[in-house]
Design a protein around this ligand. Structure first.
Ligand SMILES: NC(=O)c1ccc[n+]([C@@H]2O[C@H](COP(=O)([O-])OP(=O)(O)OC[C@H]3O[C@@H](n4cnc5c(N)ncnc54)[C@H](OP(=O)(O)O)[C@@H]3O)[C@@H](O)[C@H]2O)c1
Length: 306
């Protein structure tokens, strides 16, 4: 009985929302895989087509352009690198606006600067398309099971129309008043990630320098109020020099740039992010951009060996 009910529910979803995903990098691919598993009809586009292969194999339709995705979707989820990429897929050649139709809604899950995001929403409105700000916390490892944390700002009525879809993608949703607020908080979240990865890396390096096993440091840290998800999980991989990528160091640096730009526009001084920016910039120069952001430890190690 339970299985029949589940099958009916899946069939119902299949008939309801037509979803498009633009950007099938690490995060977009994982969200797509999860939606396909639930039985949603999915149409996907990625600039580099090969990155849609896995989704195609699991039942997604692959489009040749964002325009093509727009024509066949009710809700488009954008998951691309930065604001320039969001503009490109939205308003560029064969962009989303070229495939606009009544009721088309766009949800931007990329991490971008809130001021740019507001401008993008305003431009979409000129084409009568409502764009929601929908940045997320959590990587591909939790997106694959629909356990992201979603921050939403924008038109509440439009959000409610697609709430059932968002509830499949995330297990925690925060609706925030004011265009751009979700992206602003997302940047404040990534500021935490920036500092946590650095603090762990320097703590590990400090204890190692005195020949103390960094696992002891982590075990003690994790017995205290100061533990984090990062110190309880990724940190144990860091001390094994395992930096399997779920979120690249290059993408975190891109977010540090967005934090810096946003702080400047808001007229606020953030001395720590200024220092961190230098460190992550140097790590990129050392060619560490494609590894996981926790690979900032590899950079601290390099600094100490030189
Ligand atoms: N991974 C995470 O844990 C995580 C968590 C929360 C939020 N995010 C955010 O989600 C977004 C995607 O992250 P990701 O980890 O999936 O990154 P990723 O694997 O590096 O993928 C980036 C995606 O952006 C596309 N892209 C870049 N520049 C483009 C352009 N000019 N025009 C069209 N497409 C372009 C890439 O297309 P190509 O394949 O052609 O390069 C690719 O699909 C980022 O904004 C990131 O900050 C990531």
């Amino acid at each position: 009985m339970k299985n029949v009910a589940k099958k009916n529910q899946i069939m119902k979803q299949r008939k309801t929302t037509k979803i498009g995903i633009i950007g099938t990098g690490m995060l977009g691919n994982a969200i797509g895989q999860h939606l396909l598993k639930l039985g949603f009809d999915l149409i996907v586009y990625n600039r580099t087509k090969e990155k849609t292969n896995q989704l195609k194999k699991n039942g997604a339709t692959v489009a040749d352009s964002p325009k093509n995705v727009a024509e066949k979707s009710e809700l488009i989820i954008i998951v691309v690198k930065d604001a320039a990429a969001v503009k490109e897929v939205s308003f560029g050649k064969n962009g989303i606006i070229k495939g606009k139709h009544e009721g088309l809604t766009v949800a931007d899950m990329s991490t971008i600067n809130p001021i740019e995001s507001k401008k993008i929403s305003e431009k979409f409105l000129k084409y009568k398309i409502i764009k929601l700000d929908t940045p997320v916390m959590g990587g591909p490892n939790v997106a694959i099971t629909g356990e992201l944390v979603l921050m939403v700002s924008g038109n509440k009525k439009t959000f409610d129309k697609f709430r059932d879809v968002f509830e499949k993608i995330a297990n925690k949703i925060f609706f925030l008043e004011g265009d751009g607020t979700a992206h602003l908080i997302k940047l404040a979240m990534n500021l935490q990630i920036t500092m946590l990865a650095l603090a762990l890396s320097e703590g590990i390096t400090l204890v190692r320098s005195a020949n103390v096993d960094p696992k002891i440091f982590l075990d003690i840290l994790n017995s205290t109020y100061f533990k984090t998800g990062m110190s309880e999980n990724k940190a144990y991989k860091m001390i094994q020099d395992e930096f399997d990528t779920t979120f690249t160091l290059a993408n975190l640096k891109k977010d540090i740039d967005a934090i810096t730009k946003t702080a400047k526009l808001l007229g606020v001084k953030l001395p720590m992010i200024k220092k961190a920016n230098e460190i992550y910039k140097n790590a990129l120069r050392e060619g560490l951009g494609d590894i996981d952001y926790t690979g900032i430890l590899a950079y601290i190690k390099k600094v100490n060996n030189s």
